[in-house]
Design a protein around this ligand. Sequence first.
Ligand code: ADP
Ligand code: MG
Length: 718
Amino acid sequence: MNLKEELKKYFGYNSFRGDQESIIKSVLLKKDAFVIMPTGAGKSLCYQLPAVLMEGTAIVISPLIALMKNQVDQLNAHGIQAHFLNSTLSKSEATRVKKSVLAEKTKLLYVAPESLTKEENVDFLSKANISFVAVDEVHCISEWGHDFRPEYRKIRTILRELGEFPVIALTATATPKVQLDIQKNLNLEDAELYKSSFLRDNLFYEVRPKTNSKKQLITYVKQFKGQSGIIYCLSRKKAEELADLLQVNNINALPYHAGLEQSVRMKNQDAFLNEEVDVITATIAFGMGIDKPDVRYVVHYDAPKSLEGYYQETGRAGRDSLQSNCLMFYSYSDIVKLEKFNKDKTVSERDNARQLLDELVGYAESSTCRTRQLLNYFGERTDEDCGNCDNCKNPKDKFEAKDDLLLALQAIEQTKEHFGFKHVADVIKGSEAKAIKSNGHVDLMVWGKGKSHDAQYWASILRQGLINGFLDKDIEQYGVLKLTEKGKDFIKNPFSIEFVKDHEYPEVGEEEDTKEKDTVKSYDKELFALLKQLRKTLGQKKGLPPFVIFQETSLQEMATIYPITKDDLTRVNGVGIGKATKFGKPFLDLIQKYVKEKNIEPQTEVVIKSTFNKFKAKIFIIQQIDRKMNLDEIASARNMSFDELLDEIERICFSGTRLNLDYHLNDILDEEDQDEIFDYFMEAETDSIEEAFHEFEEVFTEEELRLMRIKFLSEVGN
Ligand code: ADP
Ligand code: MG
């Protein structure tokens, strides 16, 4: 039989990819096969073509009902008889499918593992002529995978009841540990193993600290205008929020998560596939089986639960082999959050989850080539850096690691190769924790030899030792470190070797609204001076103190982002439409001239437009002040402290909205005092509250002065 001709005939493809042909041949010879290929490599064909060519019906076990229909539809479109059996079928539909199988017309029958265990189905299947069984997404069998499904555990027992036939198991993710689990569980120790390289050299891997993450996200997504991208986050709520955030910032985005109605989900998915929408913000519910070749980027807005999951999800980028990007925002507080989710699990499940998270932390914080780390995780060793990841592109300082590596390897040796990262690091550091004492490890020669560094440092040394092949992780006892031959040799004859320092990530959570916080970093001093001068002349002309026109911080921001249109200008903190219209023109003219002269590329700096809620809060405050509502009551209605409310009122006022607080001021200050403060601001050089406070020799409180400043600005400036 000429397989190539059959391929062309049934599927229209001209040639096989990778190992497809050998795998298909082996299935046709009724041998067991275990196939590990990255997502998108073409695993389905490995069982679809043999199914067509062999007598009887191939059973395909697949975890996702939604995908079954999809695959069956595609096969039917090729003129191949395929059906599925799952809980969505009506009784009569199920009967029809069974008939077709028993008549040996159906070439492929997709079954969900739940359905497989049902007695009536077992009865029926034992009567069928089964050509072979394919178990797709077979990593679901292992608790060490990212998608564990208890029903997958039962597959082997059921299959045994059905009779003897070849099994082909397929997955895109298998760390050595998961691989072993699968082989044991399905009795596939002797099966032919087909494992293709996991190297995806068109993917640029990058990890960034999760600070100003919303702003970073918008900037990032904006560079891919008109191209497809997926943004993963942890919760349904977050998926919705991010879609909103992107939408108000003129990015075409829709959410996808299991909490949406089926019809909405389908609609959003289709919109993405048909390129009516550029970006999908999703939980991990999105993506399995999504076959869109030109996804240009995948962002993990929240840290993923494991590296397997991460690799799988990022694998959806760049299936067309063109350069694509994978960005993860990382903050340790996300890891803490993920750990909390595991609270209710059993001890062993929690331990597993913890170890998977540790691997992820190691990956994120390490400055070693990302590709090497990932490949290493999937059991592939490479000696070369990829040159195409953030760590390769921006190498961190290296340091001589000979002595420390030696110490780390000796620690593994002296603890008899029975322990994992944490324990070994603790021993070197000289910890007196219970586990260290009870194992007698305080008496070891290495104990406390590495006191001058923290445990994290030692974990990093161990991790780099692992990547460089000096040690290995035991597959049977997960996480236990063993010395390799190379490691043993090193202990005997240590040599000079350079390691890199880990990244240090700031201990911060996500900053929800960065707009107010990080406006001015380094501004253009020259332009700033010009703007300030202009403000002064303008103030003199109008008989106003300069700060009434724009605040100093607003000028600094202008000197950072170079606004040249009125629209740009309103993005500057403290500049609302009102002020932009009233005072903006000469400033814009000046900036325009300046940029032209200096040949400066105006930075269309991203300013996060706040989503609706924030806007609503602002409107609420303005309305309540209009109604002369007591300020304390407004604060408590918004769940704010009085101080926070005052901050908010100032923001509203500084960007040009006129507020009348007389009803409140008249309660706290008499007319004379009010006039005095008002006149002070009229004459003052700056609007600094501190200066006013000293000027009045601390007669008025800061709060009184701030409230008066609002009155003053509202009446004079806005
Ligand atoms: P996997 O299950 O490995 O993630 P799929 O089986 O879904 O991948 O295949 C991914 C894509 O590759 C599909 O669109 C499939 O039609 C296509 N494909 C598979 N094999 C070939 C081939 N030999 N030639 C061309 N396209 C192929
Ligand atoms: Mg597949």
